[in-house]
Design a protein around this ligand. Structure first.
Ligand code: 3BY
Ligand code: FES
Ligand code: FE
Length: 425
């Protein structure tokens, strides 16, 4: 896709017209059908997604153990909004718009790093780790008020080592705090503060962000596309998946009894009426420990207080932009961020115990192999999906209610959220 092609997808001449079309399309859509093409490729519709979803809802950005010490930071771009996440001297993690209060330059120019203070590279205005302006040279007018020119904070909450931000004026609370409390409880065995980022990958995908999510929300495509993943992953979506046979329930019950003995939380918890947030520990295939090619351990050191290597994978879902796999000796987090109507970035990060030594306790290639292969396969699927949707021959098609209920849930959440936020104006 190039920029000229993008113009072919402009169906609406103004943003107001697009908003009316969005409201109309979402109100009329059958919930078990894929969306109208414009919602996957029209730049105006994309702008609405950015304004109503990515600039108003809670988003997953990363883990607290990526920035373990004072002054450690990482940056993230929410569409055109550069944001920096930093740990201050008291250990608190905060998020700020990465834009200087002088003339707006970005401040942190690297993807991650460590600083004593946040210094703008343009004219060296300097902010402390809480965003207060400390220094603005000697050239400002006498009435210049430093206190009025601190960095703009975004909402930021952490739980169980996960960092979420919200760029909206007010952050939605719905059931988010309930989810965070459960996340804290379910992540306790992993002791995230004592983990470290082993490796990360950034994948550019020529597909609308919703196609990336839709693809992730079903395993209908797994048998035909993910040979490496299926060495260890069971295709059922959660422990209550109506398709799962008795064999699965027997396997789950046997494992769950062991997890209970070790005090490892596992029961399915979902928040919101369409599983906007969900946590569930799923067993992996019999005889496998983690998601490596042969299912054997990926790291000699299990995480936190974990002893049983067969902890399956705790799947954590956070719409609109994250799914995660927490296992006994490593965990993997996934983050999707949109770039344009037909472009997204998928970031994957692998974490191990902070004392694990690369090359001794774990091998990076072995650690990342299954999900590198899976991500690559999913990227191809998403890009093919986008190409076909761009055709004048595309017509929304039916989802399977047994295999694709996760997709239906996602789009129900998306649709309700966009409609609610558009109305709230
Ligand atoms: O494992 C995942 O993250 C999801 C669930 C099923 C399809 N996909 C691979
Ligand atoms: Fe940051 Fe001038 S723009 S110091
Ligand atoms: Fe997949």
């Amino acid at each position: 896709m190039n920029q000229q092609h993008d113009l072919l997808n402009v169906r609406h001449t103004s943003i107001d017209e697009a908003k009316m079309a969005m409201t109309d399309t979402l109100a009329k859509r059958p919930s078990n059908y894929s969306l109208d093409a414009s919602l996957y490729n029209d730049p105006h519709m994309f702008r609405i997604d950015m304004e109503e979803v990515f600039q108003k809802e809670w988003l997953f950005v990363g883990m607290t153990s990526e920035i373990p010490k004072k002054g450690d930071y990482f940056t993230v771009e929410i569409g055109q909004n550069p944001v920096l996440i930093v740990r201050d001297g008291e250990g608190k993690v905060s998020a700020f718009h990465n834009t200087c209060r002088h003339r707006g330059s970005i401040i942190c120019t690297e993807h991650r790093g460590k600083v004593a203070n946040l210094v703008c590279p343009y004219h060296q205005w300097t902010y402390d780790l809480k965003g207060n302006l400390l220094f603005a040279g000697t050239e400002m007018n006498k009435d210049f008020d430093m206190k009025q020119h601190g960095l703009k904070a975004t909402h930021c909450k952490t739980a169980g080592g996960f960092i979420f931000i919200c760029l909206g004026k007010t952050a939605p609370d719905d059931e988010f705090d309930d989810f965070l409390a459960t996340l804290d409880e379910y992540m306790e065995p992993y002791d995230v503060e004592n983990t470290k980022l082993a490796v990360e990958s950034t994948m550019y995908e020529r597909a609308n962000w919703k196609l990336v999510l839709e693809n992730n929300r079903e395993c209908y495509h797994c048998a035909g596309n993910h040979p490496e993943l299926l060495n260890s992953l069971l295709e059922w979506d959660d422990t209550e998946d109506p398709r799962a046979p008795q064999d699965f329930h027997d396997h789950y019950n046997a494992q769950a009894a062991q997890w209970d003995e070790e005090g490892i939380p596992h029961k399915l918890k979902s928040f919101g009426d369409v599983q906007r947030n969900r946590i569930v520990r799923m067993p992996l295939k019999k005889g496998t420990k983690v998601m490596t090619i042969d299912g054997s351990a990926a790291c000699n050191k299990p995480l936190g207080r974990i002893q049983n290597r067969e902890l399956g994978s705790m799947r954590i879902l956070h719409l609109p932009n994250s799914w995660n796999h927490m296992q006994s000796d490593h965990f993997i987090v996934f983050r999707v961020l949109p770039i344009s109507a037909q472009e997204s970035i998928v970031t994957t990060k692998w974490f191990v115990h902070k004392d694990a030594v690369e090359g001794v306790d774990y091998d990076i290639e072995n650690l990342r192999k299954v999900w590198d292969a899976t991500n690559e396969q999913d990227k191809v699927l998403g890009e093919r999906n986008q190409l076909g949707i761009n055709s004048i021959g595309y017509q929304p098609g039916p989802y399977s209610e047994t295999y694709e209920f996760g997709v239906i849930n996602f789009l129900d959440w998306y649709s309700a959220t966009v409609q609610k936020n558009l109305k709230a104006k």
